[in-house]
Design a protein around this ligand. Structure first.
Ligand SMILES: C[S@@+](CC[C@H](N)C(=O)[O-])C[C@H]1O[C@@H](n2cnc3c(N)ncnc32)[C@H](O)[C@@H]1O
Length: 225
């Protein structure tokens, strides 16, 4: 889907640096960046405490992370999104919400290890990640083996990935990949909105869209072994 570039995007991003400790990557070659560049974030300094840090990957316009941070002041949340044109909405809304436990990284998930140390993250949320059904794009799916490697590095043993999607084929693919790559699955639902998980669920922008079309929402928890 092509999106219009938002008006005054650069100036607007600059006004949000207080909520985004990383705004863009210093090299467009992600492989080279991952091999050569380390700029670890001081998470205790960023959040002003030692509370657990959770990640949301592909946060889009930020509906989920803003509401999660509001409901969970005891958790620090880092929301990751590579598209500046999309994350700007999340940044501006987060600034208005003035949540000290929510910060953003405007980077691709591929290079998270340049900024975060092994075991630094307690839980990862994957909300309606792009399913990318074409076989040739499998490597870009956020539950493909190379991304699960990154998550295994960032999580301690017992750390979790919580995933939601409307796409059955992507869900089945994810179940298989998690179980093949060092994760134990639990709390699976094939119809989240009709399950016991609905009470605590925060509906994301994409989730609202699919749910309004009558589609069931799939969810899982994958625990690092
Ligand atoms: C389908 S949208 C879902 C947005 C939001 N999570 C929701 O549920 O409404 C997927 C988002 O993930 C982002 N994304 C996809 N791959 C990414 C990657 N490798 N790194 C960072 N963001 C990514 C896209 O730019 C897009 O904003």
């Amino acid at each position: 889907m092509r999106m219009h570039r938002k008006n005054n995007l650069e100036e607007r991003l600059l006004r949000c640096t207080d909520v985004a400790p990383v705004m863009g990557v210093p090299d467009r070659n992600l492989k080279r960046l991952l091999e050569n560049y380390r700029e670890y974030l001081d998470l205790a300094a960023i959040f002003g405490n030692e509370n657990p840090v959770f990640l949301e990957l592909g946060c889009g316009c930020g509906g989920f992370c803003i509401e999660y941070a509001r409901r969970h002041p005891e958790i620090n949340l880092l929301a990751v999104e590579r598209m500046s044109n999309v994350i700007i909405t999340a940044l501006e809304n987060a600034k208005k919400a003035a949540l000290p436990n929510l910060r953003f990284l405007n980077i691709p998930v591929e290079v998270l290890q340049c900024y975060l140390k092994s075991g630094a993250i307690g839980r990862i949320f994957l909300n309606f990640s792009t399913p990318l059904p074409e076989k040739t794009r499998e490597r870009q799916r956020l539950t493909s083996p190379r991304f699960l490697n990154i998550y295994r590095d960032l999580l301690p043993v017992g750390g979790e990935v919580w995933q939601k999607t409307d796409n059955q084929a992507f869900f089945e693919y994810s179940l298989e990949q998690f179980s093949l790559h060092g994760f134990r699955l639990k709390n699976i639902s094939l119809d989240l909105h009709k399950s016991a998980f609905a009470a605590e669920n925060i509906v994301t922008e994409y989730e609202r869209r699919f749910s309004d079309m009558g589609m069931p929402i799939y969810r899982l928890e994958a625990v690092k072994e």
